[in-house]
Design a protein around this ligand. Structure first.
Ligand SMILES: Cc1cc2nc3c(=O)[nH]c(=O)nc-3n(C[C@H](O)[C@H](O)[C@H](O)COP(=O)(O)O)c2cc1C
Length: 192
């Protein structure tokens, strides 16, 4: 497996430094029911505003009907690599509060993002890799599943990294690329 561990100025959790987003997955690997359940269990325990838990999930292991419905919604380059991942997880944000009034979209998406992050960290802790995807047709996905009252926030591709040497030249280049980040001084306002 490629090691793309982040180079940090001080040590941080290996769940953070070791996480990165592969685009080459092992298409022979499948998740157990327990593993898939653990991903959503982790999401369930994410914090949320007023503990509204304003989210729902579509779990789409490769080879299932749900998977075949999610794949066509992926746009651009995502179409070429994401189908090989062992599962796709769609994270949806509620557009209304429990009392039926409209939910501030930013808050709804923030909550959904925290749930998605819990899925990614649970997968990472179990030795799997994840890749966030915002590149998909949101309305098409809602129509495919007949979902109302929720807006898709993100799709996660989760699985085991595959053999990069067997990937297309374009994918090989992307996988080999250095991971880059702004410096701390660029993102910290003021001093501490
Ligand atoms: C909200 C969000 C949307 C993203 N959408 C896509 C996407 O559609 N396709 C893709 O290949 N990567 C996507 N990414 C992955 C980012 O490109 C990736 O996280 C970033 O380049 C940093 O790389 P790293 O995750 O390996 O550290 C997305 C990430 C986030 C957080």
């Amino acid at each position: 497996m490629l090691d793309k561990t982040a180079i940090t100025s001080v040590p941080v959790s290996s769940l953070v430094s070791g996480r990165w987003s592969p685009r080459v997955y092992d298409s022979s690997h499948s998740f157990s029911k327990e593993e898939l359940t653990a991903f959503i269990e982790a999401a369930r325990w994410a914090p949320s505003s007023n503990n509204f838990q304003p989210w729902k999930f579509v779990v789409a292991p490769r080879g299932t009907e749900a998977h075949s419905k999610v794949i066509p919604t992926l746009t651009g380059f995502n179409q070429s690599w994401a189908p090989a991942a062992s599962a796709l997880v769609v994270v949806l944000a509620s557009t209304t509060r429990p009392d039926g009034t409209a939910f501030d979209r930013g808050t709804a998406m923030f909550n959904a993002g925290l749930a998605a992050s819990n899925v990614v960290l649970e997968a990472e802790s179990r030795g799997f890799k994840s890749h966030y995807m915002g590149g998909f047709e949101k309305q098409q996905l809602l129509d495919e599943f007949g979902i109302k009252g929720f807006e898709p926030a993100i799709i996660l591709a989760i699985g085991l990294p595959g053999d990069v040497s067997k990937a297309s030249p374009e994918l090989q280049t992307r996988e080999a690329a250095q991971r880059e980040r702004k410096s701390l001084s660029e993102i910290i306002l003021g001093e501490f």
